[in-house]
Design a protein around this ligand. Structure first.
Ligand code: FA5
Length: 343
């Protein structure tokens, strides 16, 4: 029996060494030390042994058991260590490798232009104001000398929400709101914001675009002040190489009224699809604030006068950067937008 146990030990230890993974090792354990294993079998047959032999064989069987268990434990440890080494090898990181460049976004071209416009006017002492995009008929039209039924309302085809509420068609309602708020005090403000019109989209028209309104009200404000401010703005925005012209125009809320054009950058004033063959692009409407508008906002038109303007930043960006279609601003083609990211 002694020999039998020794043979089993040798055999089991060999198998332990040969086990390539924990599953194989577990199989060896079950095969040799399990309830149905040969060692248990030997122990069961001890009843047939003599009194003297019994403790000797019992002790030997226990020693064999322990040897095999120890060998399994140490093999288990080395298998686990090997697995860990393998995992570490596979997951090895070279912390000295240079990082992969991260894709960084940037402000939209329109955002940049709006900030540029704001900076220019802040430099001339204007403050920034805001107003609601869902506007009342009163502020969008009536307070601007456009009573209900006025034919000039058709100049700006509107998106109405109810009879009295609409998406503002221009930023001019912020003129009336600011004057009311200032309560007779001088005003010098600009208001950037989104506006909405039922215009048919083409290269220079969109149904939703941005405007920057300007308003200056004080004593003794003249048309020459308006011209001076617009000229300063245009020269700083476009540089001296672009030509500027003021044309007489009509707006119910200004009198007299003008429109300002800048020579087209895309064709250098020769005529193209962007300027519709004229060589010029209209960027803003302006004029002296109509006495009725001043009066409705609580200013005495015999004491106060003012000028106002409303410009289209998309058109300004198109002129400045030679963008040939206003739809590029809204279709979000990353190739277009990326060209104007400031690094
Ligand atoms: C107005 O909206 C007046 N409220 C401007 C104004 C303010 C006049 C204060 C006098 C005093 P107009 O509809 O012309 O005017 O628009 C002003 C500017 O917005 C235009 O010069 C143009 O640059 C831009 N614009 C007008 N319609 C569109 C459009 N559909 N898409 C893109 N830009 C437009």
């Amino acid at each position: 029996m002694k020999e039998q146990l020794k043979e089993l030990e040798t055999e089991a230890l060999e198998k332990v060494q040969l086990a390539e993974d924990t599953k194989a090792l577990q199989d060896v354990r079950v095969a040799y030390l399990g309830k149905k294993g040969p060692i248990t079998e030997v122990l069961r047959g001890m009843g047939r042994l003599s009194k003297e032999e019994r403790p000797v064989i019992g002790q030997l069987a226990n020693e064999v058991r322990e040897h095999i268990q120890d060998a399994i434990d140490s093999k288990q440890n080395s298998l686990e260590e090997a697995a860990l080494d393998k995992q570490l090898e596979e997951e090895k990181l070279d912390v000295t490798l240079p990082g992969r460049p991260v894709q960084v976004g940037g402000p939209h071209l329109l955002t940049n232009i709006l900030e540029e416009i704001e900076d220019l006017f802040i430099g001339m002492g204007f403050e920034i104001k805001e107003g609601p995009e869902v506007e009342t008929d009163y502020y969008n039209f009536e307070a601007l000398n456009l009573p209900k039924g006025h034919p000039a309302r058709d100049m700006q085809d509107s998106f109405y929400i109810t009879e009295e509420l609409l998406l503002r068609t221009h930023t001019s309602p912020v003129q009336a709101r600011t004057m009311k708020q200032k309560d007779g005090e001088p005003v010098r403000m600009i208001c950037p914001g989104k506006v909405y019109r039922r215009d048919t989209d083409d290269a220079t028209h969109s149904h939703q675009f941005t405007q920057v309104e300007g308003l200056l009200v004080d004593k003794n404000v003249r048309m020459s002040d308006l011209k001076g401010v617009l000229n300063t703005f245009a020269k700083q925005m476009f540089g001296s190489e672009r030509d500027i012209r003021l044309r007489p125009s009509f707006f119910p809320f200004t009198e007299p009224s003008v429109e300002m054009d800048i020579s087209c950058k895309v064709c250098d004033g020769k005529g193209c699809s962007v300027c519709k063959g004229t060589g010029w692009i209209e960027i803003l409407g302006a004029g002296m604030v109509h006495p009725n508008v001043l009066e409705m906002a609580g200013y005495d038109p015999d004491v106060y006068s003012g000028f106002a303007f409303g410009m289209g930043p998309e058109r300004i960006a198109m002129l400045k950067y030679g963008v040939d279609d206003i739809r590029h601003f809204y279709t979000n083609d990353i190739r277009f937008l990326k060209q104007y990211h400031k690094v």
